[in-house]
Design a protein around this ligand. Structure first.
Ligand SMILES: *[C@@H]1O[C@H](CO)[C@@H](O)[C@H](O)[C@H]1NC(C)=O
Ligand SMILES: *[C@@H]1O[C@H](CO)[C@@H](O)[C@H](O)[C@H]1NC(C)=O
Ligand SMILES: [Cu+2]
Length: 181
């Protein structure tokens, strides 16, 4: 019985991981001031979930990405960003529900519309494991503390966490099926 529960738990985890989507901000336009991309419209058409990856692609000579508070987002205030990304190819994993505000910190760009609100609707029951049988803890505990400033380290870390999870899942799936066989 314990095996069955464990296999079920692993299946739920696999399902959750495989459902994580990657969204490129601005789609083919990317993260830019050219063409007056409507990032509000772009994000309004998405159904963001915890675990999804938001990709910012841009020319790092001309733009950057800053995560900011709601107040800073509204006023395009880049003086004290919570996080700054500068590679031009930044993947950010969304780990919490609620609003995630991003803007370009280059003077004038946010005012020109280069800002986006990634909103994961707060649904108390939606992100909780569906059955009490499942004994694993949720994959990504919501961490409120600001992450390290370096986005490179950040994305590397989240990738290795995902790889680690995937490895563990494979191990358990294969291990269990061998024991059950
Ligand atoms: C910008 O935001 C920072 C941090 O919240 C704040 O200290 C500063 O007063 C703000 N500047 C303006 C012009 O609103
Ligand atoms: C961004 O990085 C990914 C790998 O993380 C790579 O596949 C992609 O080609 C890169 N895109 C650009 C525009 O550099
Ligand atoms: Cu910019």
């Amino acid at each position: 019985m314990a095996f069955v529960v464990r296999v079920l738990a692993v299946l739920v985890l696999v399902l959750k991981l495989s459902m994580a989507a990657v969204y490129k901000v601005g789609d083919s336009s990317g993260w830019t001031t050219i063409g007056n991309v409507d990032y509000k419209l772009w994000s309004a058409t998405k159904n963001f979930q915890v675990g999804d990856i938001i990709k910012f692609e841009y020319n790092a000579q001309f733009h950057n990405v800053m995560r900011v508070t709601h107040a800073m987002y509204k006023t395009c205030n880049a003086s004290l960003p919570l996080e700054t990304y500068t590679t031009g190819n930044d993947s950010i994993t969304i780990t919490t529900q609620g609003h995630h505000f991003y803007m370009c910190g280059v003077p004038g760009h946010c005012q020109g519309g280069q800002k986006v609100d990634i909103n994961v609707p707060r649904t108390p029951s939606a992100d909780v494991a569906p059955t009490p049988l499942v004994s694993v803890s949720p994959p990504a505990p919501a961490v409120k503390a600001p992450a390290p400033a370096s986005n490179v380290a950040n994305s590397k870390k989240s990738h290795s966490v995902l790889l680690g999870l995937a490895g563990a899942v494979l191990f358990v799936v294969f291990g269990s099926s061998m024991i059950l066989a």
